[in-house]
Design a protein around this ligand. Sequence first.
Ligand code: ATR
Length: 276
Amino acid sequence: MESKDQYAVYGNPVKHSKSPQIHAAFAEQTGQQLHYRAHKVELERFAETAGQFFSHGGKGLNITVPFKLDAFEFADQLSGRARRAGAVNTLALQEDGSIYGDNTDGVGLVRDMHDNLGWELSGRRVLVLGAGGAVRGILGPLLKQGPAHVLVANRTVDKAQSLAAHFDSLGNIAGCSYDGLAGGQFDLIINGTSASMSGDLPPLPHHILSTEACAYDMMYGPEPTPFMRWAAGETAWAVSDGLGMLVEQAAESFCIWRGVRPDTKPVIELVRQSLS
Ligand code: ATR
């Protein structure tokens, strides 16, 4: 057994994950002795692989696509936000040997928008694009910020409506199709679709941004995404990609595991430089 505490990110694919770089930077900054690696898990073998990791003394895992639901089922206890999201991105070994499951994606998004970018969320008219797993992970923490309302728009409208119904008790939220957006006005628009990955953009009408609207893409890359270019063309007041969210969700996981909160700003810079 190695002397450093062992952590990993489990995904498939996982080769391009920035998590090892981020957690190594957090560990160095805070003087924590740990080792963190990326591990590609076979599609049908999540529970078996995670079980072996913890039984060999592993302390914690981050979970990425496509295993967040498997991790949800694997955990012995769940945080409230993981239960609401129906997905887990952080597993932590507890002192009694049980496994705690949390979801830090939503708090990561909210911290990046509010603390790093200085965007006000309370009282805002928010539009969220997409109704898949990524959006499900962020709606709870977003609604807790007290927006005026949240509209979830999706190509498959039923998914937007059932997601809105699921989070209905947390705030003013509804689902609609992209056609249903015409004539609306929003102060914050968040792209949670995977459209950017194929260089695509959801079919958005013109003139839906208010004069001080902010636009956030949960995706990131060396270049602005199609959604970011669209928002700039619609003269959004501020536009951001999701790199800060990635680092903030990692910081929250690190804090759950180690009880220490790292300073995220230099790490966001570090990862940004490594993209170009
Ligand atoms: P993830 O875990 O990344 O959220 P997902 O659960 O497969 O992945 O969800 C992908 C989301 O992106 C969905 O909301 C999907 O819309 P549909 O539910 O209608 O399929 C959306 N999406 C993907 N490609 C898109 C595109 N080209 N235009 C608009 N929406 C797209």
